[in-house]
Design a protein around this ligand. Structure first.
Ligand SMILES: O=c1ccn([C@@H]2O[C@H](COP(=O)(O)O)[C@@H](O)[C@H]2O)c(=O)[nH]1
Length: 251
């Protein structure tokens, strides 16, 4: 897609989903890959979301992670420059590598905990404590994040494609928001993601579908198809919650 068309495409998607979407999660990789015009498209996209969907949470998906001074510059970019409400980070570098992101308690920080991709278990499922049965690394990450969460602004990214791990993280972190990618194009099952990922009240799970919504149709009707896909996703989530007596209408 020619770069100037990226914002035009995004604008149509945002306009058609604004009434349905609770959050937008631009992934910075796709904009950085376009160079400076990509940065401009992202800036206009964020600004358009603020205009037409002022209550939507904007999550800058960049999975930044580095030693302290570099992490501080990343945090400044993500919150000071881009003004995202929340970001994704990679906490492989430990507590000090995410500290700069946590300083403003009004901004959310989703730590990548257990991925949705096929190789995510290569390291994240390794047993790390060496005692008895061991603790999978992703569980150690979830426990550490619960300890670091003194300002209440940490959430975890856990894939919908791994409902067992998702349920384990939910039970370790009953009060933490979970960002759950992997339904739609990656084939994760929605019903199990809702049941495993929501808290006991049917809340605190942000279920993400990107390609499943924005590329719902390859044709000129792409915006209305996106609106329908987003509405279907919302209705399907609510249907599972209603079945379990946890829906908005039941509570
Ligand atoms: O484990 C992870 C972590 C991040 N993602 C990101 O979420 C979206 C998913 O896009 P779909 O098109 O719905 O598959 C994408 O930005 C990924 O980078 C993830 O999928 N899994």
């Amino acid at each position: 897609m020619p770069v100037p068309d990226v914002f035009v495409f995004n604008r149509a998607i945002i306009d058609s989903t604004a009434a349905v979407a609770s959050a937008y999660k631009p992934n910075l990789a796709f904009y950085e890959a376009l160079g400076l015009p990509g940065m401009e498209a992202l800036e206009r996209t964020v600004s358009h979301i603020r205009d037409v969907a002022p209550d939507a949470v904007i999550i800058g998906d960049a999975k930044r992670g580095d030693i302290g001074p570099s992490a501080r510059a990343y945090a400044k970019a993500m919150f000071g420059f881009w003004d995202f409400d929340a970001v994704t980070v990679n906490a492989w570098g430990g507590s000090d590598s995410i500290e700069p992101f946590l300083e403003d308690p009004t901004r959310g920080v989703f730590v990548w905990c257990r991925g949705s991709n096929p190789g995510s278990g290569d390291f994240q499922d390794l047993l790390v404590d060496g005692k008895g049965e061991g603790t999978p690394l992703y569980e150690a990450m979830a426990r550490a994040c619960a300890d670091w969460n003194t300002s209440g602004n940490i959430g975890l990214v856990v894939g919908a494609t791994v409902p067992g791990q998702l349920a384990a993280v939910r039970s370790l972190c009953p009060d933490m928001p979970l960002l759950i990618p992997g339904v739609g194009a990656q084939g994760g099952e929605l019903e199990s993601a809702v049941r495993a990922g929501c808290d006991s009240k049917g809340r605190l799970a942000l279920i993400n579908s990107s390609r499943g919504v924005i590329y719902a149709s390859p044709s000129a009707d792409f915006a209305s198809a996106a609106s329908e896909a987003a509405s279907r996703l919302r209705d399907s989530i609510n249907h599972v919650l209603e079945q379990d007596g946890l829906g908005w209408l039941s509570s």
